[in-house]
Design a binder for this molecule. Structure first.
Ligand SMILES: CSCC[C@H](NC=O)C(=O)O
Ligand SMILES: [Zn+2]
Ligand SMILES: [Zn+2]
Length: 413
């Protein structure tokens, strides 16, 4: 690698070493690192704080025609936790394996590499004398991993955001194990379902109907049948995993605690089960609600439930949150061509299985694509031993140089 490339890798490592994992991400260290990087690139900087202790950075390179809708590149500052004892290298060491070039860190793929790639691509463009027609903005936001309520949700609803006049957003995607880059035109909407069952308590030896745990187990079985019906569509190759409704049990709570564990000879009067539920953008929420009422948590069986929808499922005009990947979206062909010009191949656009901040931008009616330029890379977000290879990271910078120069040069329409 050249000296310039080695310096870019060092800057990535430096950012990855900042402990940004929940529940206590060091936002102030992340923000000061990125602000100084942005200043070294010559970008205008603005720090917003919609919630105390949660900075949100807006970095800008004004275009020659700032009246045209702008390009926004988004990346989140936070990371999910890691279990250090299960990693080959400490998760905030950003150790680079000399044999493979892999840089190991929590956040290496999700999504701290993006922030550095955006800024290095902008640096390269500035150094080359490029001048954008449209303004280019970078947003670096807190709290994506915990739902974005104090981050991207607040940003999208803000006066400052309106002032940016954003026409198109790029946000995080996912690594690709093949040589094609992946691109995402929608996320699934995340819901939480908490089912509570109540029933008569009794001696552990008694046989009776309608106990809380029994009712809750019936709920678990009903959900499992629905889950199987969805998973079968995936296994049969009829649908992608992200195109069906997923529902997975994530916690169970029942029993009467005792100093040694649980009381074993009492049947409890309450029991609770939590599910992670994800709906593709075209799913009908009413059908799921009906299913919960009638099959999963019927009132007549002493069950109650809470369904918590985390974020929007329709845009301001009531349309599903999907970004067109055809000629009706003038940014799409330019994006597609730019990836090609950088020597990259693009897989067929997909729905993302999980959920990102992109939904808040799509809610505003702004076309938004999920894209993390990592090909030939195993998908390790939220996994142990998350890594990005040095040459994959560097290639991503080149890809963004093409994308940013092409999109920011898109003439008015
Ligand atoms: C409930 S919104 C949380 C968003 C989160 N994003 C990344 O993993 C997710 O669970 O998909
Ligand atoms: Zn992410
Ligand atoms: Zn994540």
């Amino acid at each position: 690698f050249s000296d310039r490339e080695e310096a870019q890798i060092r800057r990535l490592q430096e950012y990855l070493r900042i402990p940004t994992a929940h529940p206590d991400p060091d936002y102030s260290a992340a923000a000061s690192f990125l602000l100084s990087l942005a200043r070294s690139v010559g970008l205008r900087t603005l720090t917003l704080e919609f919630a105390p202790g949660k900075p949100l950075l807006l970095l800008s390179w004004p275009g020659s025609d700032p009246s045209l809708p702008s390009l926004l590149l988004n990346s989140h500052l936070d990371s999910v936790p890691a279990e250090p004892s299960k990693w080959s290298h400490p998760p905030f060491s950003a150790a680079r394996d000399p044999a493979t070039g892999r840089v190991f860190a929590r956040g290496a793929q999700d999504d701290k590499s993006l922030a550095v790639q955006y800024l290095e691509a902008l640096r390269a463009l500035r150094d080359s004398g490029f001048a954008p027609l449209r303004s280019v903005h970078v947003s670096l936001v807190p709290d994506e991993e915990i739902g974005g309520a104090d981050g991207a949700a607040r940003l999208a609803a803000s006066e400052e955001f309106r002032g940016l006049n954003v026409g198109f957003v790029l946000d995080e995607g996912q690594a690709s194990p093949t040589d094609e880059f992946r691109v995402f035109y929608a996320d699934r909407s995340p819901w939480r379902l908490i089912v509570k069952a109540a029933g008569p308590p009794g001696h552990g030896s008694r046989m009776f109907d309608g106990g809380a745990v029994e009712n809750l187990m019936n709920c678990a079985e009903a959900v499992a049948r629905f889950r199987e019906s969805q998973f079968d569509l995936v296994k049969a190759g009829l649908m992608a995993a992200s195109e069906v409704i997923s529902v997975n049990p994530v916690y169970m709570k029942a029993g009467i605690p005792s100093p040694t564990g649980f009381v074993m000879n009492m049947q409890p009067s309450e029991a609770e089960l939590g599910f992670d539920l994800r709906l593709p953008p075209t799913a009908d929420p009413e059908l799921i609600k009906k299913r919960i009422d009638e099959e999963w948590a019927p009132t007549i069986k002493n069950m109650t439930y809470q369904l918590i929808q985390k974020g929007p499922i329709r845009d301001y005009a009531g349309r599903p949150l999907m970004t067109p990947t055809n000629e009706t979206n003038p940014w799409w062909p330019v994006f597609e061509q730019a990836v090609k010009s950088a020597g990259g191949k693009l897989a067929k656009p997909e729905i993302l299985s999980s959920t990102t901040d992109a939904r808040f931008m799509r809610q505003m009616g702004i076309p938004t694509l999920g894209f993390s330029p990592m090909s030939n890379t195993p998908i390790l977000l939220h996994d142990h031993n998350e890594f990005i290879e040095d040459k994959v990271f560097l290639k991503g910078i080149k890809v963004y140089e093409q994308i940013i120069s092409a999109l920011s040069s898109l003439p008015g329409y």
